[in-house]
Design a binder for this molecule. Structure first.
Ligand code: HEC
Ligand code: HEC
Length: 496
């Protein structure tokens, strides 16, 4: 099973960038020739609880296409994916950039860096979702032949639905956090709704080639979309971007209370992460690990040595205790689309699980096979519209942004009788791509490394910090966590 940093395909891509073509499989087996091998570089920055680090296994390359303006609005990939924020974008950094530039930074391009594309540049109110929740507007056309009808019932900014200039179906505005452009060789799904997973990331034999193909298309779409380029980037630019991204590994390096995290027997830190074993299906919770290995709920083992060390400091013991809770605290999973309505599982009303049931990829925390889920984060918070009291109580813990709300009708109730039902959502998730009722509100759980550098959390930035996030889970799944357990879980999440 491969170790990421030594994948020859990545080295190959770096060389290919100069030669304008993606390497074939044969060339990929060749080590880089001529010139010294790349010297890995680590960039480190202070963040909310310590220091975040990003390792570039190919050495420093601040001049690459990832950092160049390839479109018309001055943006590069780094506008929304910066190493100081674990290759994501924190709301705090967006605020600082707004202050420093009076809102003229390319980040605030009205196309998607404002609540609506007709925004007046420089007005904080017109950028409130980006400034307060780190949200970028994602405009997606309603799929043809959708099984449902969708109407807008709450339109706070006036562009929830926009007409297609070519006379087609309307575009729906959803607002999402930039997902980190790092640790990408652990992904099973590209984008929250999977819309850039064109070639599946579900088998080891095809994994790296498909990942490169998906990320290449993603880089093209990001350039014509976010950067408003009139023409797609060249093959050499795309290969340069993808080769760069695939060499990146980000994680928390230092915690203000616990000190260096890659120390005294832990397996934390970016170098260990670059060597973390991963293949599609590793530790799959539903029994699809291709090696036949059973699911091990103890998927996070970074700090287990600290838990076993009686001399470890209180701060380190808290982190290890939080890891143990993540691996083992019992959760009754109910009303989750993708699990509790899953016919292959027998539509179980409740599934006894842990945090790692959904975050199963070892020491990384996404899902090792594609499994979009609806944990409730996209449900509407308009008064009285959420039928599940546990979901309503969970949402009440969050700092929910004021988002457009859509009414969906024409779909069957997925859990019970299958009788027709109507419901409200602020982000249809995969259903906006597939047109299927069964995909409503479903999105991927992201990789959980480098969290401390990139608040807020969830696709819609609704958890302002990790305390809110843990409080959400505590209510959503009626976990009954004590204050001490919440503290330890947060200490652990901040150390990832
Ligand atoms: C204006 C901000 C912005 C810019 C500029 C931008 N991105 Fe993103 N990026 C996002 C957002 C928002 C998402 C998540 C969207 C979603 O899930 O629907 C994302 C998602 C991604 C992902 C998916 C990660 C995952 O876990 O699925 C990758 C990879 C990525 N971007 C790379 C790039 C590259 C490469 C460029 C430059 C060509 C770029 N981005 C430019 C905002 C941006
Ligand atoms: C039923 C599946 C499921 C369970 C159980 C679960 N999660 Fe999640 N988790 C998800 C999904 C899906 C998302 C993405 C939701 C979104 O973006 O709106 C997510 C998102 C997150 C995020 C946010 C990451 C980011 O970059 O924004 C964190 C942190 C997290 N989960 C931690 C936990 C912890 C801690 C537990 C246990 C208390 C847990 N999860 C239990 C499915 C689950």
């Amino acid at each position: 099973m491969h170790k990421n940093s030594h994948d020859p395909m990545i080295a190959c891509l770096r060389l290919a960038a100069a030669a304008t073509a993606l390497c074939g499989a044969a060339a990929a087996a060749e080590p880089p020739r001529g010139g010294a091998p790349p010297v890995p570089a680590v960039q480190a920055f202070f963040d909310a609880t310590g220091v975040t680090a990003t390792l570039d296994v190919n050495g420093p390359q601040p001049q690459g296409a990832f950092f160049q303006s390839l479109g018309t609005n001055g943006r590069s990939c780094a506008t929304c994916h910066g190493a100081s924020q674990a290759m994501g974008l924190s709301a705090e950094a967006a605020q600082m950039r707004f202050l420093a530039t009076g809102g003229q930074d390319p980040l605030f391009a009205p196309v998607d860096g404002a609540n609506c594309p007709n925004a007046r540049r420089g007005s904080p109110a017109a950028h409130s979702l980006l400034l307060e929740h780190g949200l970028i507007r994602v405009s997606l056309q309603l799929p043809a032949a959708a099984q449902y009808t969708l109407t807008v019932v709450h339109d706070p900014y006036g562009c929830a639905l926009t007409a297609d200039p070519n006379g087609g179906l309307p575009f729906v505005s959803v607002y999402r956090r930039p997902l980190p452009a790092t640790n990408l060789s652990f992904l099973s799904t590209i984008m929250f709704d999977g819309r850039e997973t064109h070639a599946p990331l579900n088998a080891e034999a095809t994994f790296m080639a498909n990942l490169i193909a998906d990320l290449s298309q993603q880089a093209i779409d990001a350039t014509t979309g976010h950067a408003q380029a009139a023409a797609p980037p060249t093959a050499a630019q795309v290969a340069d971007i993808v080769g760069f991204e695939l060499g990146l590994f980000s994680a928390q390096a230092y915690d203000a209370r616990a000190g260096w995290l890659a120390a005294d027997g832990s397996s934390s830190g970016v170098r260990a992460l670059a060597n973390q074993e991963y293949y599609p299906g590793v530790n799959d919770v539903l029994g699809a690990d291709p090696t036949g290995d059973a699911f091990n709920p103890a998927a996070m083992t970074l700090f287990s040595a600290w838990g076993a060390d009686p001399d470890a400091s209180a701060a380190r013991r808290a982190i290890a205790a939080g890891e143990a809770l993540f691996d083992s605290f019992p959760i009754q999973i109910t009303n989750v689309r993708g699990l509790n309505d899953n016919a292959a599982l027998g539509k179980p009303a409740a599934i006894a699980g842990t945090c790692t049931s959904c975050h199963d990829a070892p020491n990384v925390g996404d899902h090792s096979l594609p499994l979009p889920l609806d944990i409730g984060t996209a449900h509407a918070t308009l008064a009285g519209v959420e039928p599940d009291p546990a979901i309503a109580a969970g949402l009440a813990q969050l700092s929910m942004p004021d988002l457009p709300v859509y009414l969906v009708s024409g779909c069957p109730d997925p859990f019970g009788s299958g009788a027709p039902e109507s419901f409200y959502t602020s982000d249809p998730g995969k259903a906006l791509i597939s047109g299927q009722c069964s995909d409503f509100n479903r999105g991927k759980g992201p990789i959980l490394r480098g969290l401390a550098a990139r608040a807020p959390y969830f696709h819609n930035g609704a958890a302002a910090n990790l305390d809110e996030l843990v409080n959400f889970y505590n209510q959503r799944f009626q976990m009954g966590l004590t204050a001490a357990q919440k503290h330890d879980l947060v200490a652990f999440l901040n150390s990832l």
